[in-house]
Design a protein around this ligand. Structure first.
Ligand SMILES: [Zn+2]
Length: 350
């Protein structure tokens, strides 16, 4: 931080300048026969999600897209040399409706888009890409929410991004054939979002879990999970469903590719978090104070974005209290407030 910004922060005012964002460079890594994973670098931060490429002799598919068109074009450029002659990306299988898994779809406009019917409903109620673009790029960076959005979402562009028309939506289970690669798609109960699915490749024993799993290992850091639908019990059950597929390789929505033990470790993290939240709820703390407490304890220093606990903890409180969802702007304000407190200890929140 520059001297000017430090002075501003010390005075409890928000540094007005928009921050520069280092470029994102993705890498495409093989994980099984005909299966590659696109991993963005840096790998920690909002919106930096993994994507899958499936290639067979007669067809190809993406599982999820990067967050915006420029990143999706990067992924496409790396995908093309791996496609069999005369084939194209015919399918886009989408694990859930958050933009960081879908909004790059215009790079493959002819692909048949598949997601759950619940995801279709979710997308219809979310801010669309152009709305979020205006909020991030035209909003006032001198407000707490504007400061946070600019720092964490300012690298993405959706000024002209439209939403796709799905070729297929489904409930329950469906199997897709990407050439000779079978892909089993299974809808989950509300967990990360209301419309999550698992994409399992039985021949390769690879499961794409979407954001049911946010991974981190000793070698590769990750971020604290953020969950929007819940309760956490359903996310934990989702980890069990991932393991029940029989997968030996699990591609999380964010973070490094895992084996089965990595999923079990993440499941443990979620169980501890749930139990801790229940204790603090029982002790009478507000959701934001409970998030503050857990963030300050920092039991998982390899996980970045501790402020996301404000959203996940409040979600669990909502289920415990049977209260209605909070407006998105209210959630963003609590998130930005905790981020400010973590970054500027002892400085009043502007
Ligand atoms: Zn995500």
């Amino acid at each position: 931080m520059s001297a000017d910004r430090t002075e501003q922060a010390t005075a409890g005012t928000i540094p007005a300048a928009r921050v520069p964002h280092p470029p994102v460079r993705g890498e495409l890594r093989p994980v099984a026969d005909g299966v590659h994973v696109w991993r963005p670098q840096p790998s920690v931060g909002w919106g930096l999600a993994n994507c899958g490429l499936l290639t067979s002799r007669s067809s190809a598919a993406w599982i999820d897209t990067p967050y915006d068109r420029a990143l999706a074009d990067q992924f496409l450029a790396l995908s093309r040399p791996l496609l069999a002659p005369g084939t194209d990306i015919d399918w886009l299988l989408v694990t859930h409706g958050n933009g960081d898994h879908l909004w790059g779809w215009e790079a493959v406009p002819d692909a048949r888009v598949v997601y759950t019917a619940a995801t279709a409903t979710h997308i219809a109620h979310e801010p669309d890409p152009c709305d979020l673009h205006r909020l991030v790029h035209d909003g006032d960076p001198g407000t707490l929410v504007g400061w946070y959005l600019n720092r964490h979402f300012g690298r993405y562009r959706w000024a002209e991004t439209r939403l796709p028309q799905p070729a297929l939506t489904f409930s329950g289970e469906v199997e897709i054939a990407v050439g000779d690669i079978p892909v089993q798609l299974t809808q989950l109960p509300p967990a990360h979002t209301t419309g999550d699915l698992l994409a399992y490749l039985p021949r390769q024993r690879v499961c794409f879990s979407g954001d049911i799993v946010f991974a981190a290992t000793d070698d590769e850091p990750g971020d604290h999970p953020v969950h929007w639908a819940g309760p956490l019990e359903n996310v934990i059950d989702g980890c069990d469903r991932v393991l029940a597929t029989g997968a030996t390789v699990v591609v999380p929505g964010h973070g490094p590719v895992l084996g089965r033990e990595g999923v079990l470790a993440h499941r443990d993290y979620l169980c501890h978090l749930r139990d801790h939240v229940h204790d603090l709820h029982g002790a009478g703390l507000t959701a934001q104070d409970a998030a503050r407490r857990i963030a300050a304890e920092n039991h998982h220093p390899a996980l970045h974005l501790r402020e996301r606990l404000s959203i996940t903890v409040a979600l669990q409180y909502r289920h415990l209290d049977a209260s209605p969802p909070r407006p998105m702007l209210e959630q963003m304000h609590a998130l930005a407030q905790l981020a400010w407190e973590l970054e500027h200890p002892g400085v009043p929140t502007p």
